[in-house]
Write a protein that binds this ligand. Structure first.
Ligand SMILES: [Zn+2]
Length: 236
């Protein structure tokens, strides 16, 4: 019975690759083979979730300072190795009331990854997130947004939600590195229920830290209110 199920699932995978294209399937923001995936929430309310990937790093304090000054709560998708290296920063993020998600342990592409490795990447990071004092549900965001088969299957079996995004200004090389352009891109593409992906804690990415307070005031000017991913999910 189990063998027939596996054969059927492989057939679905091959068909999905043939119809959608393997590359598009791996990188899709709005679809994966199994499990709950959210890239934005359909709502008329002017709410937006700011999400920060990678780290914590030595730039985390500056990000937390901005959020504290602006009284914004955000969602941090943290990397297990970085949390392990700088546990005090993880505790600060949690103490400031932000949401914390799992962004894998080693930040490697999880495409042709064995199920044991997938479990270890996720569970070791969960342990670091809990050690930082975070008590809420821990959602997952795949490194580089990539996923194919074993990862979505693990997430589905463990009832974990995958959080993607619908606004990603830094992906455009003509925008990344230019704070003005990052602010403009977010202001122009955001809509009610959006999830914005930013990398202010990355070493190379000074522009996003500069852009962050301006993104917040620009969106507030448009009438937006900032929510965590969990608060956004409650509007579904
Ligand atoms: Zn990342």
């Amino acid at each position: 019975m189990r063998r027939r199920l596996v054969v059927a699932l492989v057939v679905v995978l091959v068909l999905a690759c043939a119809v959608i294209g393997a590359d598009r399937l791996v990188n899709a923001r709005t679809f994966q083979l199994g499990g709950d995936l959210v890239h934005r929430v359909e709502t008329a309310e002017k709410v937006v979730a700011l999400t920060f990937d990678d780290g914590p790093s030595d730039k985390t304090e500056s990000v937390l300072d901005v959020l504290r000054e602006q009284q914004v709560r955000a969602t941090f998708f943290l990397v297990g190795t970085d949390l392990h290296a700088q546990p005090a920063l993880g505790r600060k993020i949690v103490a400031d009331g932000h949401q914390v998600g799992n962004h894998s342990y080693t930040h490697s592409r999880m495409v042709f990854t064995g199920s044991g490795t997938v479990a270890s990447e996720i569970e070791r990071t969960d342990a670091e997130v809990r050690a930082a004092g975070y008590q809420g549900d821990i959602h997952f965001r795949p490194p580089y947004g990539k996923k194919l088969w074993t990862l979505p299957r693990y997430l589905a079996e463990h009832h974990r939600t995958t959080i993607m995004w619908d606004v990603e200004p830094e992906t455009d090389p003509g925008i990344a590195g230019d704070a003005d352009a990052v602010v403009r891109a977010v202001a122009e593409t955001v809509r009610p229920g959006s999830i914005v992906l930013l990398h202010p804690m990355n070493e190379y990415n000074k522009a996003t830290v500069t852009a962050l307070p301006r993104i917040i005031s620009e969106l507030r000017g448009q009438g937006y209110r900032f929510v965590t991913v969990d608060e956004l999910l409650r509007l579904r």
